[in-house]
Design a protein. Structure first.
Length: 174
């Protein structure tokens, strides 16, 4: 199976390969640069899901399946900061889009305060941790969970959830 990921981020490519190898055994996964068509720091459900779908559709060329993954901040009442970070995955097979979402988590209040000033979570977390391009490595989730969950594992969650209709095509009529 030939799969394209709408990103060159090594975390997204590795997570896709990890999940799809369990499903299809033999998989070739390639990352391609695409424009997600949303702000670099998506805020809200619509922007985040739209970014994932755009990435998947725009990566679909000379492949059997394409994957788009977008992280964004979603408003969440009763949380400490008012926001939860979620990763959304869209799959696209040339006809059908399926969606899945990862476990969500809150950033520290100081991160959200900086986002409200127009900064990106990745840049803020890079500065806090002193790790350049943290989102292409273990991710903020690894820092915040003290290594109990890393970004590859968190990304695998949304990919697997988006693959559920592919695992059960008769139930989902795809």
């Amino acid at each position: 199976m030939k799969v394209k990921v709408g990103s060159r981020n090594p975390v997204k490519i590795k997570a896709t390969k990890n999940v799809l190898e369990k499903i299809y055994k033999k998989v070739q996964v390639t990352g391609v640069k695409v424009d997600p068509g949303v702000p670099s720091q998506p805020i809200g459900l619509e922007q985040t899901i739209r970014g994932a779908i755009n990435r998947a559709r725009r990566a679909y060329k000379d492949c059997d399946l394409s994957i788009g993954i977008e992280s964004g901040l979603l408003e969440a009442p009763f949380t400490l900061t008012g926001y939860v970070d979620l990763q959304w995955c869209a799959t696209y097979n040339g006809e059908t889009v399926t969606l899945g979402v990862s476990a969500g988590f809150e950033y520290p209040p100081m991160v959200i305060e900086e986002v409200k000033k127009g900064k990106e979570v990745g840049d803020i977390m890079d500065k806090i941790t002193g790790i350049k391009n943290l989102g292409e490595k273990t991710g903020a989730i690894a820092i915040l969970t003290r290594g109990l969950l890393n970004r590859i594992e968190n990304t695998e969650q949304c990919i697997l959830m988006a693959m559920i209709p592919h695992l059960n095509p008769k139930l989902y009529k795809i």
